[in-house]
Every structure is written in structure tokens, then in C-alpha cells.
Design a protein around this ligand. Structure first.
Ligand code: 13P
Length: 252
């Protein structure tokens, strides 16, 4: 059985003092969760969040990472920096990185390999734009993104990869994919993994849905057979809403 995972992606929100407040409110609300609970925060919040979640069931994640170990890459963070800050998970290939910061499938692959080599768990984001869906190429596109991102990733390393299906048109728009649409594309990703790594790996891999998931629609999305969790943006910034989603995953 796959263990569900609910991860918050705080994006560019919460200063360290605000982060401390949010995660402190979250700790008691999710303490009995049967799923994995992760908060992916801005790097400036790592210290405050790490301190609060020490000894709890909440894990810390980052929102991006560079593939090089060190060097002249102004503004970037290395895997070693994340690890020493208490980070266990890293989101890679988020559509906002692809859209606004020139991320490509090839650079996502470099980041994925570097993160896995450093022992981090990767939340790999894939998903189509509205035009792709309208042109009927969602399945091919998502399979392609998955395949390139995982190039030269071994079956052993794949155990530390979670894939998040995030249709770009559903992110921050309030337009959630229907439960059927979400399940359909998560199943395409699973069959892509099957073609690359075999049936056992495909059955074992955790696939999340992300895109306007909230306290109201989470239960239906998480009840789908191929949806093993959620990557939550806006609703992760409110502790009670995030806790309702965690609860839904536990039951889903
Ligand atoms: P929203 O939940 O705000 O739509 O964001 C989803 C997302 O991009 C998570 O990574």
C-alpha cells in the first residue's frame, strides 16, 4: 500500500515570524495524521520551521534547488545547504519555475539527479498548460516531462521520488481538475513509470495531485485510486484548511 502524502507549497509567502506562527498552529492539528505531512517553505523560514517541528510528524521541504555542489550561481541553493538546514524534501520542476524562471525538462533532470544523489526526497512536478489540454496532448506531454526528468535515475533512486501532477490551468485559479481528470493523468504517469521501471515500481510510486486543492474538494480528489496525495498552495497557508486536507488523505 502506498502511504499518502500531503505537502504544502508555501511559495513566496511567510516571513520567518509568520512561518513560526503558521507551523506552530499546524503541529497540534496534524499530530495524529496517518499520512506523511510536509511543509515546503521559503529558505529564509527553514530555521524557524525546523525548530518548531522538531520531534513532531511534520517534515520540512524546499521549493527548489540547484544541481551544482557549489560555485558562482548567485541566488541559488545547493543540496548540502538544504540538508544542513533540516530539509528532507525538495520540490523540483514546479510550473512557476518553468514559466517564470526558464526551467526546462533538461534542467529539471539535472536537479532531480543532484537531489537524489544527496539523499533528498524529490517532489517532481509535471503538468500541462491549458492550450496543451485543448490541443489534446496532455497525456503525451506529461509522459514526456516525466521521462526526461527521470533520465538516468535508477530504480533504487526512484523510491525517493514523488510525482506531483499539477495542471497549470488549475494552479491558483480556483479551477480544480475534476476528480476523474486528476485520476486519469495520474494513471498516465503511473503507466509511464511502468514502461520505464516495471510494474512493481509503478505500483509503489506516490503520485500527488496539485492545483486549487482545498478543504472542500480534497476528499473527492484523494479518494481516486491513482491519486496518492496532494501538493497544496493557497490552502496550505491556513492551518485549519491544511489540516482538513491531511485528514481527508488519512481517510481517502
Ligand atoms: P494552489 O493550491 O494555490 O492552486 O497551488 C498549487 C501548487 O502550485 C502547489 O505546488
Amino acid at each position: 500500500m502506498r502511504k499518502p502524502i500531503i505537502a504544502g507549497n508555501w511559495k513566496m509567502n511567510k516571513t520567518p515570524s509568520e512561518a513560526r506562527e503558521l507551523v506552530s498552529a499546524l503541529v497540534p492539528l496534524v499530530k495524529d495524521a496517518a499520512c506523511d505531512v510536509v511543509v515546503c517553505t521559503p529558505a529564509v523560514d527553514f530555521a524557524a520551521v525546523s525548530e518548531v517541528i522538531k520531534g513532531t510528524n511534520i517534515k520540512l521541504g524546499a521549493e527548489n534547488m540547484h544541481w551544482k555542489e557549489s560555485g558562482a550561481y548567485t541566488g541559488e541553493l545547493s543540496a548540502a545547504m538544504l540538508k544542513e538546514s533540516g530539509v528532507e524534501y525538495v520540490i523540483l520542476g514546479h510550473s512557476e519555475r518553468r514559466q517564470y524562471f526558464g526551467e526546462t525538462d533538461v534542467t529539471v533532470n539535472k536537479r532531480v539527479k543532484a537531489a537524489l544523489a544527496a539523499g533528498l526526497k524529490v517532489i517532481l512536478c509535471v503538468g500541462e498548460m491549458l492550450a496543451d489540454r485543448e490541443n489534446g496532448v496532455t497525456d503525451e506531454l506529461v509522459a514526456l516531462q516525466t521521462k526526461i526528468a527521470l533520465k538516468d535515475v535508477s530504480a533504487g533512486e526512484l523510491k525517493n521520488v514523488i510525482i506531483a501532477y499539477e495542471p497549470v490551468w488549475a494552479i491558483g485559479t480556483g479551477k480544480t481538475a475534476t476528480a476523474e481528470q486528476a485520476n486519469e493523468v495520474c494513471a498516465v504517469i503511473r503507466s509511464t513509470i511502468k514502461a520505464l521501471y516495471g510494474a512493481e515500481a509503478a505500483e509503489g510510486i506516490t503520485i500527488q495531485y496539485g492545483g486549487s486543492m482545498n478543504a472542500k474538494n480534497a476528499a473527492e480528489l484523494l479518494a481516486q485510486p491513482d491519486v496518492d496525495g496532494g501538493l497544496i498552495g493557497g490552502a496550505s497557508l491556513k492551518a485549519p484548511d491544511f489540516a482538513v486536507i491531511v485528514d481527508a488523505a488519512t481517510k481517502g
